[in-house]
Design a protein around this ligand. Structure first.
Ligand SMILES: [Zn+2]
Length: 1078
């Protein structure tokens, strides 16, 4: 087989024409394929570079905290609506220079009330996260099951065919503990269940069957079924792939067998992941025959006896990983004093103590141990990336960043590479000079900055200077850092409301005007300031623009109309941007009048680009930066720059031209983005569409200026439960630069950003939820001894108009051992990177290629681990690194997301919207998006404060008599089982039974005075408050039509619009890994 593997299955040994390798980015394909696996000789797996050691069969004690997964950490809450939390650190903390020992030391003590464990923690060796025993192996033969232990199936759920006990499993485990529980995942005796393996994970677009219907059927192997049906059509659960843990997998079927034919053939072969080598760099030539990823031969290997049902509990569980991490690290203090420490998961509640490295709230990495060489990176294909959320909110018990002010001198920087003073600079020569850790250049210490060194060679003022002892801090910038060397004016907000016919008639305009009144009261201000320095202005528009003079001296606001929308100008300067406090009366007057002013309008056409242009011009005139809040409903079809036309075409889905659906229309919006960034004009867009409006084009400016797009489909004022969530607290006119160590450089950036050159990220504004994902590549060999340093410097304007630099530093380990690299991976960050890179890639190539590449890379990463790090074991075992145990479920979920799934049933605008919103997400948000929380509420303990633990996102976990909450940061559902007990319905809805629930019940829970109602409403409102987006609660009854909406979030199940179940995907990946290893 192995010979055949090489001979007959060239995909791994030869780059396919036209595919090329990939640079990790999605740019032009490199001349030389970078990754040996895809493009290079097959030896990639056989001959690890010298120095790469297979991991010794060490104990699990060596495992890092398993990264990954999630549960929203309330303390990391990103809710843009709380401007006051943006307290200027300078006010909240002693002026820089003061933080003495005690300041740092006592950070450990303020244990959050929810975290009593912190006391215990203070005594423990904080640096030992990586060395903590993860989970002792249970001694009994039930070990196999325990490893995959998940919460008991939801109420009333029968346990599905438990996996047979494996008498010899325990010993097997002990033989190869490093591989984590997954070691035990033996494939069953049936060749990976022809049906499950054969189906391409994503092939199922055409699946029409009831989504999960037959899941519990344990039918015989159904060759014919899968042939006829969509690749994954055959009920995944019927396949026994994982069932008998003690049954050795008989090895992959001969390559001639139907199921695997695709591997052995060239480009002409129907589909076949292996051929999609390389990553997103190359272009596939021509469409793949065999529908959406084919997998035509599904009958192969199905001749076996009827197969037993697979136990869903036997595969790694995200909720379990999350719970384990919480149990292990929840409530602890994470002290950032060690290089390359893997932090707790984003879902774990922990306290960060900055001791020289940036908090994981600001920077997370795909791995905390970088491969020393490019070859090693190429071999494992683990992307090397950081997800930087520069203004992440800190919980109240963590110290805000210190602000360092060097006065007129400004921040101290390396003479050569311009890196900012940081804990990694080495002082030498008695403290008179320092050596830059980024470029090794030696610079003189300025006289005012001189300080003696102690016996350790450390400056004696080490603890008094944040820039020497902290991972994150800020510098006050000098005029050199200001535009035109002038101090910036405070920023301004302009509210721009579409007052065309539909919006007036629907009541939206009135709603927005009413909401604005209360929002204006919350304008952010610097700590200690009496009023906000931010100025505000108002514009309404349809085919023309109306500017308002709201100068405080006026009794009535005055309107000025600009109808020459081709040459946008601002008709008034004085009185347009005003101080809210001074002009409050006039502004209230205006907001009261606007709905009436346009009550009789017949104008249904709107403009859009001129509206943004007007904002830019206004900021230009006022010489300030700022933000536009635009409330808009329809496609801008009026004759004007940026006019759009309907180009929605479902026929393009699953063709080479599908990418055009995601591409913005060229021209006007491109230039507008540039103008906006140059002026520091960020655009937040609130859309209330009732039909297609070309979101890809309309969102182009927001997605390049650090803005957000909020989309409220079929918005109805009377059932309105949305809160317009305006991110008022924002930093402006930001430029971000990442300094790399020698041998390593940032090559690609993902986010709501604009790149004028290849190194400087520009954002007109940045808020607490926006993250930039940065990919790194080797230039040279990294040193294991010195490690790697990263510095992210962000120059920005505060809400009061002060220019500052925010610096985040992080040091990582470097290793020549793959096992170390894998040990330090973080699944949540990996998936954030993969999501963003895939979502960018679909702008340039067919969605199917992108999915194939994702699967390929998943298999390669895991195969490389198996090959180089795992101790020898049966080929039938699926072995996953502990840190990536649940990586496959996230990857599969990603491939089932709307942008990647390629279904004509999905709205083009929704797909484009999801694509763009993920691009700007931090790790917490992407984790939640890809693995929603499914929280059982029917058995909630009303006396406990905590939210019940989520269960796995699968129909298996639902029960007819259950009540579940599901939420992913964008949508929130309350699902009612059809046999919900009447008293439960009574308590929540004041109705005798489900059948009595009326339409008006479906969007809100009445405020009833009983413990259950209160508890459920509290849980929901807490979730709503935490999320960066506003979410509209939808109540669905089992078997209602709406249930389909709910079910698409059950990401472990087969996708409603295509895509494999988790189980099938895992089987498929396993098969791919085995192919790679043969
Ligand atoms: Zn330097």
């Amino acid at each position: 087989m192995s010979q055949q593997g090489y001979v007959a299955a060239p995909p791994y040994s030869q780059a396919q024409p036209g595919i090329g390798g990939y640079q990790g980015g999605f740019g032009a394909p490199p001349a030389q394929p970078l990754y040996g696996h895809y493009g290079g000789p097959p030896q990639g797996f056989n001959a690890p570079p010298a120095g790469v050691m297979k991991s010794p069969p060490t104990s699990p004690a060596g495992m890092p905290p398993s990264p990954v997964s999630s549960q929203y950490n309330p303390s990391v809450q990103q809710n843009g609506a709380h401007p006051q939390r943006y307290a200027s650190p300078s006010a909240a903390s002693p002026p820089y220079g003061q933080p003495s020992h005690s300041v740092y030391n006592n950070m450990a003590s303020p244990a959050p009330p929810t975290q009593q464990l912190a006391n215990q923690m203070s005594a423990m060796n904080l640096g030992s996260y990586g060395a903590m025993q993860s989970q002792p192996l249970p001694p009994t033969s039930s070990v196999a099951q325990q490893h995959f232990q998940t919460p008991a199936p939801a109420m009333g759920q029968p346990q599905m065919h438990p996996a047979p006990q494996a008498p010899h499993m325990a010993s097997q485990n002990q033989m190869s503990p490093p591989q984590s529980p997954l070691t035990n995942m033996l494939a069953s005796g049936q060749p990976m269940g022809g049906q499950s393996m054969a189906g391409p994970p994503m092939g199922g677009q055409s699946m029409a069957g009831p989504p999960m219907g037959g899941q519990s059927m344990a039918g015989p192997p159904m060759g014919g079924q899968s042939m006829a049906g969509p690749p994954m059509g055959g009920q995944s659960m019927t396949g026994p792939p994982m069932a008998g843990m003690n049954m050795p997998f008989p090895g992959p079927p001969p390559s001639g067998q139907g199921a695997f034919q695709q591997h052995g053939t060239g480009p002409a072969a129907p589909s076949g992941y292996p051929q999609q080598s390389g990553q997103f760099g190359g272009l596939m030539s021509g469409p793949q025959p065999g529908m959406s990823g084919g997998f035509p031969g599904t009958s192969g290997g199905l001749a076996g006896p009827p197969q037993k049902k697979l136990d869903p509990d036997s595969i790694p569980s995200t909720t379990q990983v999350i719970e384990d991490d919480k149990a292990r690290l929840g409530g602890h203090v994470f002290s950032t004093n060690m290089r390359g420490q893997v932090p707790p998961l984003v879902t774990t509640d922990f306290t960060v103590q900055d001791q020289g490295n940036a908090s994981p709230r600001f920077i997370r990495c795909t791995t905390y141990s970088l491969p020393c060489t490019a070859e090693l990176a190429k071999q494992c294909q683990v992307p090397l990336a950081s997800v930087i959320k520069p203004f992440a909110k800190l919980p109240k018990n963590e110290t805000p960043l210190y602000v360092v002010n060097h006065g007129e001198t400004g921040p101290i920087r390396c003479n050569r590479c311009k890196a900012y003073m940081c804990p990694y600079m080495q002082f030498i020569d008695g403290g008179r000079r320092y050596q830059c850790s980024f470029c090794n250049c030696v610079s003189e210490v300025p006289v005012f900055y001189f300080q003696h060194l102690d016996h350790m060679g450390r400056r004696v003022d080490f603890y008094e200077r944040p820039e020497l002892s902290q991972g994150s801090y800020e510098f006050v910038a000098t005029l050199d850092y200001c535009k035109n060397n002038k101090p910036p004016n405070p920023p301004a907000y302009i509210f721009m409301i579409d007052v065309s016919y539909t919006n007036i008639k629907s009541g939206l305009v009135k709603l927005v005007c009413d909401e604005l009144k209360s929002l204006l009261e919350k304008l952010p201000r610097e700590d200690g300031a009496e009023a906000s320095a931010i100025k505000v202005g108002f514009v309404t528009y349809n085919k023309v623009l109306h500017f308002y003079n709201v100068k405080s001296a006026l009794a009535q606001p005055q309107m000025m109309v600009v109808s020459d929308i081709a040459e946008m100008f601002v008709p008034l300067l004085d009185g347009f941007l005003v101080n809210y406090q001074d002009s409050r009366a006039v502004i209230y007057n205006l907001l009261d009048q606007i709905p009436d002013m346009f009550a009789d309008t017949n104008e249904s056409e709107t403009v859009f680009a001129p509206v943004i242009q007007a904002g830019v011009e206004a900021f230009k005139a006022a010489e300030c930066s700022g933000k536009l809040f635009i409330f808009h409903s329809s496609m801008p079809t009026a004759e004007a720059p940026g006019k759009l036309k309907n180009r929605d075409d479902k026929k393009l889905v699953n063709t080479d031209k599908e990418k055009t659906l995601f591409q913005p229309q060229k021209g006007v919006y491109e230039q507008l983005s540039k103008d906006c960034v140059a002026q520091g004009c960020c655009v937040d867009l609130f859309l209330f569409p009732s039909q297609y409006l070309d979101l890809a084009s309309m969102a182009d400016v927001p997605s390049h200026t650090g803005g957000s797009v909020y989309k409220y489909n079929n918005f109805q004022v009377k059932t309105n439960l949305y809160v317009l969530l305006l991110k008022l607290a924002t930093r402006f006119f930001a430029q971000c630069r990442v300094c790399d160590p020698p041998g390593f450089r940032a090559t690609d950036f993902f986010g709501a950003i604009y790149m004028n050159n290849t190194t400087d990220v520009e954002m007109a504004a940045v808020d607490c939820d926006k993250a930039v994902t940065v990919e790194f590549k080797h230039d040279d060999t990294l040193s294991e001894e010195s490690g790697a340093f990263m510095q992210c410097a962000l120059l920005y304007t505060t809400i009061s108009g002060q220019r500052r630099l925010r610096i985040h530093n992080l040091s990582l380990n470097c290793t020549s051992q793959l096992s170390e690299l894998y040990k330090c991976c973080e699944t949540d960050s990996l998936i954030n990177f993969f999501a963003k890179s895939a979502y960018r890639a679909i702008l340039n190539q067919p969605v199917k290629n992108v999915r194939d590449i994702l699967v390929n890379q998943t298999a390669h990463m895991l195969a490389c681990y198996r090959k180089n790090c795992a101790s020898p074991s049966a080929a039938s075992q699926l072995i996953l690194p502990d840190s990536m145990k649940v990586f496959p479920v996230y990857m599969n979920s990603l491939m089932k997301t709307a942008p990647l799934v390629g279904s004509t049933e999905l709205s083009t605008d929704d797909r484009a919207h999801q694509r763009l919103s993920v691009m700007a997400m931090g790790v917490e948000d992407s984790q939640l998006q890809l693995y929603p929380r499914l929280i059982p509420l029917h058995n909630v303990d009303v006396s406990r404060e905590a939210v019940p633990d989520p269960v796995r996102c699968s129909e298996e976990r639902l029960s007819d008599s259950g009540l579940f909450l599901l939420e992913n940061g964008h949508s929130i559902f309350l699902w009612l089982g059809q046999a919900s007990p009447p008293d439960l319905i009574q308590s929540l809805f004041n109705a005798p039974s489900l059948a009595h629930l009326q339409q008006e019940h479906m969007f809100t829970l009445p405020e009833l005075d009983n413990p259950l109602s209160k508890k459920v409403r509290t849980i929901i409102s807490e979730l709503l408050e935490k999320r960066p987006n506003s979410m509209k609660l939808q109540i669905v009854r089992q078997r209602d039509k709406l249930e389909m909406l709910f079910r698409q979030f059950l990401v472990e199940d087969k996708g409603l619009h295509g895509g494999a179940s988790y189980m099938d995907f895992l089987c498929y990946v396993h098969r791919e890994i085995r192919q790679l290893l043969t």
